[in-house]
Design a protein around this ligand. Sequence first.
Ligand SMILES: *Cc1c(COP(=O)(O)O)cnc(C)c1O
Length: 367
Amino acid sequence: MSWRDNLIKIEPYVAGEQPNKTDFIKLNANENPYPPSPKAQKAIREFDSTTLKKYPSSTAKELVKAIARREGIGVENVFAGNGTDDVLSLCFRAFFNSKKPVIFPDITYSFNTVWCDILRIPYETVPVDEEFNINPADYRRENGGVVIANPNAPTSIGRGLDFIREILENNRDSVVIVDEAYVDFGGTTAIPLLSEYDNLCITRTFSKSRSMAGMRLGYAMACAELISALMATKDSMNSYPVDSIAQAAGIASIEDDEYFRETLKKVISTRDRLTKELRMMGFRLPDSQTNFVFATHPDISAREIFDHLKSKDIYVRWFNKPRISDYLRITVGTDEETDRLIWELKDLLLEVGWEKKERALNAGWTE
Ligand SMILES: *Cc1c(COP(=O)(O)O)cnc(C)c1O
């Protein structure tokens, strides 16, 4: 027996690479290519740093107020945390204390399994179909909780209100977490269902649509009872409320709807152009409701494309995992970044096409 036997045994979540150089195109972490709202930037610049001597509001009161106002719900229905990851891990602790397994799709945000492992929460994954669709009827089984990302990651597929409603109807006795990290890019929010279902908890992040991944801001929306359970959990686990600067920047971002919409419009239009271009090159990909695409090519492996792009200083995400190892998750960048990406992909496909032709010629037959 050694202390080593008592060490934690866990496979951590692996984030997209942060290369140690300056001149590269980073399309591997679904970050927004545009800066945060100028109003959020101003709030940070003009933040009165002498106030840092005091602890922040432990409930992020003003930020919660701003979020509640924007989403049209009560302040008692909002919980703010240090990024969705913080909020989700508190949700798992607060809501999933059953002996029955928590269920979620086999292809979804990979943090789910990490949290279940470290918190010793039993879980089962439910396979998505061949087209990566989640079938709500599969969520009609005994469980200790349900987690659905809508739109889902890394598949980029978003579903409508009826889909979430069916999952909620099937699971009246479990908390259903709906992770809406990407909803602003064209998904359908479950907010209208909050007043009908007290077992629904929606999470959101400032990291993607609000260009503030470096700030760590996220929130949950649910009935007052679930929000209270989250508060109690947070106050027992740690004393890490959202820091004062992040609260100020978050409020300014929430209140700048114009810039928010403008940025989303740009990302969405670039995404739709990228989707078209990829399909013309022979890639197969579902219609995306997020700020990334999930694409596969019949003639060339995802691994090969990943390596080629990396050699050209373009970083995308490849998951060496069952069912999705033929796919690349590519974040939507600026138009210029997207042009570079398309150019490099065309170049690679041309090369592959030539090699194929040459092999055919060598084998002694022509087209
Ligand atoms: C990015 C992401 C998150 C985490 O967001 P943070 O607020 O940066 O922690 C949560 N869920 C999904 C599906 C995501 O893609």
